[in-house]
Write a protein that binds this ligand. Structure first.
Ligand SMILES: [Cu+2]
Length: 599
């Protein structure tokens, strides 16, 4: 009997089919996708190959770690939305991109071949990448971009990790169209069995090329053009001009069943509420970690966050809308206010207009706070949590927007005739010309400085009346963490150019959100939860407030941390940690793969 089975997973052309619940072996998944989605000779060959594999492997292989090989070709694709046709960058001409299915413990090999006109990298958002920092993907942090015509192989393992994550491009704004779900099946589910599961990817759509939207924002110094629509599984739904039933995703359900929805906010710049008319949702996982059951009628997801929620179809037979609606915590920002809707259709429904859900208002911070406070990690006997109870390295970073002076030859349309900028501890992050991880590994001088301070050099009333003399410095500054330190990091929003909820994402780790609040952080009344705090990879730092996170720095490498509102990262709301090697076995970052791209 083979100890490990190598499978080539042929990615189907329809990415969002219903998935049966139960013992969800990857083989079954792949077979069903091939059966449902493809009718080509290649698919037939694949089907036979998979059947032989699954037969030969027997039931033992269901739990033995496997190596799954995916081929991702980055290529242009023509798509029409809102009566407007454009060419987008895609993976395998799928939009949204293909879902990666795996079992906990599986090794994933993704061969990325770039045939598009842009340089690109892919990031596996939320994947721990234990000792595989070279496969993490952020451009100029862990690798140089994969240039047109080049191939790079990402190779990593889902170690002690399951749930719903996603992958996306991590170079300029290409993730606007280059994204897809990652579904990792656990050994067992600590919640009720469900009938089917579905991926629900929330996105944001511009009629213009997203790269041009970014370029234009940088030229004007002001915020980017607002999106033309939000989307559910790539479709805007019926509320926008020139958009109708053919542009609406439909989820067909049976009465009195339980479904698992795997919801991801893959939007570039917008935090979103999500709800289904007349139905509650029970949160059971966030960012790939189990939670205590939390039942609510409205979810909240920042870009970069994912939520698994159970849905019971216990309402009268008819059609209902589900949808996503924006949360905008900053003042004076232009954003799309129209919601994206999809249909949930009970079997036997009439064609009557679906019922529409009600959403919190776009400035309803109370609803965001209430949702965040409802989330607790599972922390039961079978799923103990490892919240660091002591702290070896205590960090305090300010995060926020700022303004920088206009160049003499430029017209700047930001506030006061200046340019928007953004910073961490008043350092606006500049991407270097070669990858920091390469510079670190090979001791190349002059690429970065290890001098981002543990606490800010400028102490002020962070959320009060801002001082007007704090123009951020532009630099590539990192903070160094000794291996295995228990790290506490307080992220403090600032009011320098207006307060805002910033969804801060850390690569290479999941962290515990031990506390959050409004105003300036004060240790004396922080009231931390060190028992069952939620574990995430992205924390929405409350608008005009703070969040405190803890993690054990047990994964050596260079790990990017940045705001997952893409425009804020573009403006410099980012930094990176160097987590040093340990001295024991499996505590040292291996050398780079031979095909690592060069700049
Ligand atoms: Cu931000």
């Amino acid at each position: 009997m083979p100890k490990s089975v190598i499978m080539v997973v042929e990615v189907p052309s329809c990415a969002h089919k219903a998935v049966p619940a139960g013992q969800l072996a990857v083989q079954t998944m792949a077979l069903k996708q091939v059966l449902h989605c493809q009718h080509s000779p290649l698919a037939a060959i694949m089907l036979v190959a998979l059947l032989i594999l699954s037969t030969a492997a027997g039931s033992e292989a269901w739990t033995t770690p496997q190596t799954l090989v995916y081929n991702f070709t980055i290529q242009p694709m023509t798509l029409t939305r809102l009566c407007s046709t454009k060419s987008i960058v895609s993976v395998n001409s799928n939009f949204p991109g293909p879902t990666i299915y795996a079992n906990e413990g599986d090794r994933i090999i993704v061969k990325v071949t770039n045939t598009a006109q842009y340089n690109i990298t892919l990031h596996w958002h939320g994947v721990r990448q234990l000792l595989s920092c070279w496969s993490d993907g952020p451009a100029y942090i862990t690798q140089c971009p994969v240039q047109t015509g080049q191939t790079y192989v990402y190779n990593y393992t889902f170690t002690n990790q399951s749930g719903t994550l996603f992958w996306h491009a991590h170079e300029t704004w290409l993730r606007g169209t280059v994204y897809g779900a990652i579904v990792i099946f656990p050994q067992s589910y600590p919640y009720t069995t469900f009938y089917e599961e579905h991926v629900v990817l929330l996105g944001e759509w511009w009629k213009a090329n997203v790269e041009d939207v970014e370029t234009q924002a940088l030229q004007t110094g002001n915020g980017p053009a607002k999106a033309d629509a939000y989307t559910i599984n790539g479709l805007p739904g019926p509320l926008y001009n020139c958009s109708g039933s053919q542009d609406t995703w439909v989820l067909k359900v049976l009465s009195n069943k339980t479904y698992l929805l795997r919801i991801v906010n893959a939007a570039l710049n917008t935090e979103l509420f999500f709800s289904i008319a007349n139905h509650n949702l029970t949160v059971v996982e966030i960012d790939g970690d189990f939670t205590k059951h939390y039942t609510t009628n409205t979810l909240f997801l920042t870009p970069g966050q994912s939520t698994n929620a159970l849905l019971t179809t216990d309402q009268p037979v008819r059609r209902y809308y589900m949808g996503a609606s924006p949360y905008m915590s900053a003042a004076n920002v232009s954003f799309q206010k129209i919601q994206t809707l999809a249909v949930m259709e009970y079997q036997g429904s009439s064609s009557a207009t679906p019922i529409t859900p009600s959403f919190p208002g776009s400035n309803d911070t109370n609803s965001v706070t209430q949702f965040s406070n409802g989330l607790k990690s599972l922390n039961d006997g079978g799923h103990p949590e490892g919240v660091p109870q002591t702290v070896d390295k205590s960090l305090f970073f300010t995060v926020g927007l700022g303004l920088k002076p206009c160049n003499p030859n430029q017209t700047c349309q930001g506030p006061n005739g200046k340019n928007f900028t953004a910073s961490v501890s008043n350092v606006s992050f500049v991407l270097p010309k070669i990858a920091i991880l390469q510079a670190y590994y090979f001791n190349l001088a002059g690429v970065y400085q290890s001098t981002l301070p543990d606490t800010p050099l400028n102490v002020f009333d962070y959320t009060g009346n801002p001082p007007n003399n704090l123009t951020p410095e532009s630099a590539t500054k990192l903070n160094v963490i000794p291996f295995n330190s228990n790290v506490q990091l307080v992220l403090q929003d600032t009011s320098l150019a207006g307060v805002e909820n910033h969804p801060i994402h850390l690569h290479g780790y999941s962290f515990y959100i031990v506390g959050q609040g409004f105003g300036n952080f004060q240790a004396s009344n922080a009231n931390f939860n060190l028992v069952d705090p939620p574990r995430r990879n992205t924390v929405g730092v409350p608008v005009g407030g703070w969040a405190a996170i803890r993690f054990k720095a047990d994964n050596p490498g260079v790990w990017y941390m940045h705001c997952h509102l893409e425009i804020h990262t573009t403006w410099g709301l980012a930094m990176a940690f160097i987590v040093q090697n340990g001295v024991g076995v499996n505590q040292t970052l291996p050398p780079p793969p031979s095909d690592l791209p060069m700049c």
